[in-house]
Design a protein around this ligand. Structure first.
Ligand code: FCB
Length: 445
C-alpha cells in the first residue's frame, strides 16, 4: 500500500461546517425555536436548548478545529440575534460575533460566514417570512449591516444555505415552520430567495468589493429507481431540475425557469450573482414514480435497498460518493470556483464514517483531476449538533457530544480527518488504517 497517494492542490481549504441555531444554544428569538417547543415536531421530542453552547464557548471548539490542522470553518450569523426587532440592531450580539471571528482568525481558521441557515427572526415569520416579497429588502438590509459590522474580519460570505431544502421543508412537506403544504408558496418563496440572494450579493459587494459571495446549494443525486422505467426517469429528471439546478441557473444566468418564471427574460440583479458555488452533498435518492402523488411536482418515492441505505433515520438515501464527482463536474460548466460547503454522515458509532470521508474525498479528487476548480471541503460537522426536526437522534460530528453534560469525545474520524488535512493528501496507509475495505474505491482499482 505504500506509495499510494492522492495529493490535493496547494492552499486547499480543509474545514468543518456549522450553523448558528444548531450550535449556539438559546436562540429563543427565531421561528425554529418556537417550532421545536411544539410536541410532535421533533423526532425525539428534544429542543435545541444549549445546543453546543457556542454562544458562550465556541472558542473551545475552535481550539479543537485548529488542533485537527484545519484552516477554515464555516459558521452562520443568527439573524434573530443581531436584528431582534425590525431595524433594531443588537450591538452586544455583533460584539460576540466579532469575538468569534477574531477567535477563528487567531487560530489560522479562515471564516466562511452564512447569512441565512434555515432560521428566521420571529418578527419576520409573523410578517409572512419568505412568502412575503418584503423579505427581499429586509434580507438586503440585514446582509448590508452584517458586512458593515463584521466585514473587516471575513471575506467569504454564503447568502442562503440550501434554499430549495428550506422552501421544500417549510412550504411543501410541512415539516418546518410555518408547516405549509403549498406548491404555489414553494414557487413564490423560491422566487423571493433568488431576489433576496441577488440583492444581498450587490449590497455586500458595494461595501466590500473584494468579498467572495456565493450561494450554498444542496444537491441530491435523484436517479430513477428502475432505469428502464420511463416514469421513474421522468420523476427523477423533474426533481433534479427543480431541486438541484433551477436555483443555480437563476443566480448565474439570471434566468428564472419554469415553474419559477418563464425562463425568457432575465432578473438583471441575479445575473452573475454568485462568485463561487457551494455544494452540499449527502447522497443518492433512487426515485420510483408514485401514481398517488402524480400531479405534484414532487411525485415519486425514494426507495433504497436497506443494504446500501444510510443508517436510521435517513434511510431514504444511499451512500453514493460518485454523486459528488458528478455534481462537481456538472457545476464546472458555470465557470466559478467550487467549494464542498457540506458533506458528512450521521454515524454515532463511527463505523461507516471513515470510509465515507475517504471515498467522498477520493471522488472530489477525481473531479479535480478532471480539471474542476474545487477550492475546499467542509465536513459536516465538527461536534454533534442539534439536527433540526431529527433533534439529537443523528450524530454527524467528528467529535461526539453529550448535550446534557457538554462533554466532548473525539471519534476516530477526527483523527483521520486531521491526518488528511495535515498531509493535504490521502495516503494508502491512512486507508489501510481507517477503512481498508475502501482501498479499491479510493484509489480507483
Ligand atoms: C444540511 C443542512 C445542515 C445539516 C446537515 C445534516 O442539509 O444544511 O444544517 O442539517 O444537512
Amino acid at each position: 500500500m505504500t506509495g499510494r497517494i492522492l495529493t490535493f492542490p496547494d492552499g486547499f481549504r480543509w474545514g468543518v461546517a456549522t450553523a448558528a441555531h444548531q450550535n449556539e444554544g438559546n436562540n429563543t428569538r427565531n421561528d425554529f425555536w418556537a417550532w421545536e417547543q411544539i410536541p410532535g415536531h421533533v423526532a425525539d421530542g428534544s429542543t435545541s436548548g444549549l445546543a453546543c453552547d457556542w454562544w458562550n464557548r465556541a472558542e473551545e471548539d475552535f481550539d479543537r478545529a485548529a488542533a485537527l490542522g484545519l484552516n477554515t470553518l464555516r459558521m452562520s450569523v443568527e439573524w434573530s440575534r443581531v436584528e431582534p426587532r425590525p431595524g433594531v440592531w443588537d450591538a452586544a450580539a455583533f460584539d460576540r460575533y466579532r469575538e468569534m471571528l477574531k477567535g477563528l482568525l487567531a487560530r489560522g481558521l479562515e471564516p466562511m460566514v452564512t447569512l441565512h441557515h434555515f432560521t428566521n427572526p420571529l418578527w419576520l415569520a409573523q410578517r409572512g417570512g419568505w412568502a412575503n416579497g418584503e423579505v427581499v429588502s429586509l434580507f438586503r438590509r440585514y446582509a448590508a449591516k452584517v458586512v458593515e459590522t463584521l466585514g473587516d474580519l471575513c471575506q467569504v460570505w454564503c447568502t442562503i444555505n440550501e434554499p430549495s431544502i428550506y422552501a421544500a421543508h417549510a412550504y411543501v412537506l410541512g415539516k418546518w415552520s410555518p408547516g405549509e403544504s403549498s406548491l404555489l408558496k414553494f414557487i413564490r418563496v423560491t422566487r423571493n430567495q433568488i431576489k433576496a440572494h441577488a440583492a444581498a450579493y450587490h449590497a455586500i459587494h458595494r461595501r466590500q468589493p473584494g468579498a467572495q459571495v456565493g450561494i450554498v446549494k444542496h444537491m441530491a443525486a435523484f436517479d430513477p429507481a428502475d432505469p428502464a422505467s420511463a416514469a421513474d426517469r421522468r420523476v427523477a429528471a423533474i426533481r433534479d431540475a427543480l431541486l438541484n439546478w433551477r436555483f443555480v441557473d437563476a443566480v448565474t444566468e439570471g434566468r428564472l425557469k419554469f415553474p419559477f418564471g418563464t425562463g425568457l427574460g432575465r432578473h438583471a440583479p441575479a445575473v452573475d450573482s454568485s462568485d463561487f458555488i457551494g455544494l452540499n452533498y449527502y447522497g443518492r435518492h433512487p426515485l420510483r414514480f408514485d401514481p398517488a402523488a402524480a400531479g405534484t411536482l414532487f411525485a415519486g418515492e425514494t426507495q433504497v435497498p436497506p443494504e446500501i441505505a444510510w443508517p436510521e433515520p435517513w434511510t431514504d438515501r444511499e451512500i453514493y460518493p460518485a454523486g459528488l464527482q458528478r455534481f462537481l463536474t456538472r457545476l464546472a460548466r458555470y465557470g466559478r470556483p467550487l467549494y464542498v460547503t457540506e458533506n458528512g454522515m450521521a454515524d454515532a458509532t463511527d463505523e461507516i464514517r471513515p470510509g465515507f470521508i475517504l471515498t467522498h474525498l477520493a471522488a472530489l479528487h477525481r473531479a479535480i483531476r478532471q480539471g474542476v476548480d474545487v477550492r475546499g471541503y467542509y465536513y459536516w460537522t465538527l461536534v454533534d449538533n442539534y439536527e433540526w426536526v431529527e433533534g439529537w437522534t443523528t450524530r454527524f460530528g467528528l467529535i461526539a457530544l453529550d448535550p446534557a453534560t457538554q462533554e466532548r469525545t473525539p471519534r476516530r474520524s477526527a483523527q483521520l480527518y486531521a491526518e488528511i488535512a495535515r498531509a493535504n493528501a490521502i495516503t494508502g496507509e491512512m486507508v489501510e488504517k481507517y477503512a481498508p475495505a475502501a482501498m479499491g474505491q479510493v484509489f480507483g482499482d
